[in-house]
Design a protein around this ligand. Structure first.
Ligand code: COD
Ligand code: ATP
Length: 198
């Protein structure tokens, strides 16, 4: 079974994915792949520099994530431009890793994809878990983790589908407002209902 793990920015996907990894589930992580495909020397990074200018690169030639983030969050045209450049490479590598895990005999593969609904990737997966938080907690955790102002946090949150919409499209919703232990319990319940084993 392929389980899609999604949610909103800073709702707790990586936290849940770390719990799953500890329990032995193989993880395909779209954020990690997004970093892999822009490594110095890659075609995708060259393409980004061509379309966004050399100032999105650091002196050593790697991607300056802070600069590019500030350019795309809050500017829909720029964000779509980046998505068009980087998403095909991310999708290709996600499929490759998934196939590899299946060939290696995994029963269940977890695909952690923040933009699963926005990018219409539902057909990649059999079941979808949405990790959800209330808007206040989400903003607070995002501002703290990324050291963002309220305005910057709002720009990132509003670049994605509203969390309520994602909840409606989910097979299961994990409410990550409380402690990690509470989240862990909800997760165990979902996995046992689906009989999902690594
Ligand atoms: C703009 C970049 C360089 C900013 O890097 P930064 O280290 O600040 O953020 P990071 O990559 O850790 O992403 C954090 C979260 O932001 C959200 N996010 C990232 N990219 C996007 C996007 N294009 N649209 C909407 N939300 C996004 C996701 O929820 C993600 O989990 C980076 O996010 C990026 O390369 N984005 C494009 C790739 C992408 O769409 N990634 C999302 C998963 S496919
Ligand atoms: N139940 C919880 N209690 C307290 N803090 C939490 C909880 N769950 C997650 N956090 C914290 O909230 C922040 C966001 O969580 P996490 O990074 O897992 O979200 P994410 O959905 O993966 O984010 P992104 O979309 O940006 O990749 C992190 O700093 C994390 O440590």
């Amino acid at each position: 079974m392929i389980i899609g793990l999604t949610g909103s920015i800073a709702s707790g996907k990586s936290t849940v994915s770390a719990i799953l990894q500890k329990r032995g589930f193989p993880i395909v992580d779209a954020d990690e792949i997004a970093r892999l495909v822009v490594e110095p020397g890659s075609v995708v990074l060259a393409d980004i520099a061509l379309h966004f200018g050399e100032d999105v690169l650091t002196k050593s030639g790697s991607l300056n994530r802070e600069v590019l983030g500030a350019r795309i969050f809050g500017n829909e045209e720029e964000r779509m431009k980046l998505n068009r450049i980087i998403h095909p490479a991310i999708r290709k590598e996600m499929s490759r890793q998934k196939e590899q895990w299946i060939m290696d005999g995994a029963n269940t593969v977890i695909m952690d994809i923040p933009l699963l609904f926005e990018s219409k990737l539902q057909s990649f997966v059999d079941k979808i878990i949405v990790v959800s938080v209330t808007p206040d907690i989400q903003k607070e955790r995002l501002m703290k983790r990324n050291r963002l102002s309220e305005e910057e946090a709002d720009a990132r949150i509003s670049s994605q589908l509203p969390i309520q919409e994602k909840e409606r499209l989910a097979d299961a919703v994990l409410r990550n407002n409380g402690t990690i232990e509470e989240t862990q319990q909800q997760l165990a319940h979902i996995l046992s209902e689906w009989n999902a084993k690594p």
